[in-house]
Design a protein around this ligand. Sequence first.
Ligand SMILES: *[C@@H]1O[C@H](CO)[C@@H](O)[C@H](O)[C@H]1NC(C)=O
Ligand SMILES: *[C@@H]1O[C@H](CO)[C@@H](O)[C@H](O)[C@H]1NC(C)=O
Ligand SMILES: *[C@@H]1O[C@H](CO)[C@@H](O)[C@H](O)[C@H]1NC(C)=O
Length: 335
Amino acid sequence: MWAVLPLLCAGAWLLGAPACGAAELAANSLEKFHFQSWMVQHQKKYSSEEYYHRLQVFASNLREINAHNARNHTFKMGLNQFSDMSFDELKRKYLWSEPQNCSATKSNYLRGTGPYPPSMDWRKKGNFVTPVKNQGSCGSCWTFSTTGALESAVAIATGKLPFLAEQQLVDCAQNFNNHGCQGGLPSQAFEYIRYNKGIMGEDTYPYRGQDGDCKYQPSKAIAFVKDVANITLNDEEAMVEAVALHNPVSFAFEVTADFMMYRKGIYSSTSCRKTPDKVNHAVLAVGYGEEKGIPYWIVKNSWGPNWGMKGYFLIERGKNMCGLAACASFPIPLV
Ligand SMILES: *[C@@H]1O[C@H](CO)[C@@H](O)[C@H](O)[C@H]1NC(C)=O
Ligand SMILES: *[C@@H]1O[C@H](CO)[C@@H](O)[C@H](O)[C@H]1NC(C)=O
Ligand SMILES: *[C@@H]1O[C@H](CO)[C@@H](O)[C@H](O)[C@H]1NC(C)=O
């Protein structure tokens, strides 16, 4: 039943992946079976050498998923498109490697004292949230967080939901400390759109998922920013007010290995940190609520509709979980 795979470490070494030490395990036949169905489902093909390496990584992820799900956590893990990857690989391909200027964002959003409604979900208020998109292997999450927030802001103000161009932000927003596939911040991207006097639509500036030259055409701009609301560092209650009264809110947080395999439920972690210099992924809070005494955010991700809960996740609210209140912001649209 147990297959011995002598090529494992050689294969891992050739691929430059640090999975070797962690993967002393040999995949059993059930894990092989799961891996092969997963390969079919995700249309994966590997060279024979890479196959053994990927099988090891997959088996080790699968064991972690099963161990996690057997314990009493507020969220479940599951297989997804990342299941043949180590967290280090995910980090390299999808997350920011160097710190962005999260704490440098000066706040200008003054909040009231509440009380706020116990729950909110902009997806249920009308046609205010575009479908979940997929950033591909480019560290462009910040562009999706940005378009998502502005798409909703325009829809809430005008009743018409536009689909906005992430690729324009990847290609053109460098002067505002954004770095295309190497990272950026929604607050800085809103400033770019404001000073650039507009952003084009997905249809006229389609997403390519890699860095390119700026091809912005002012005559084709379809959405505009009048002002940017920056939430005070770590003021999570101000995020609640903003989502309750105004708009979905862009925020950044630190993704750690346990998040990669998130499947459903309220994500909560002890491995992530809470400081603004550690955030490595930007997303969009479209609502909030509470379940069995645990308050949560409803968050739109940009890893496609098959990741998590139809592309969304819930994350514990009220504890600045993973630094999520470190640099939140939202745009005021010009309409
Ligand atoms: C599991 O966690 C819930 C909520 O934290 C708690 O109410 C319940 O007693 C726990 N069950 C076990 C078996 O530990
Ligand atoms: C942070 O801000 C400084 C000063 O504006 C800039 O030089 C630097 O490139 C920024 N870092 C990132 C990662 O954007
Ligand atoms: C909001 O944040 C952006 C980006 O960090 C910054 O450029 C802008 O000046 C801030 N707004 C205010 C009013 O401080």
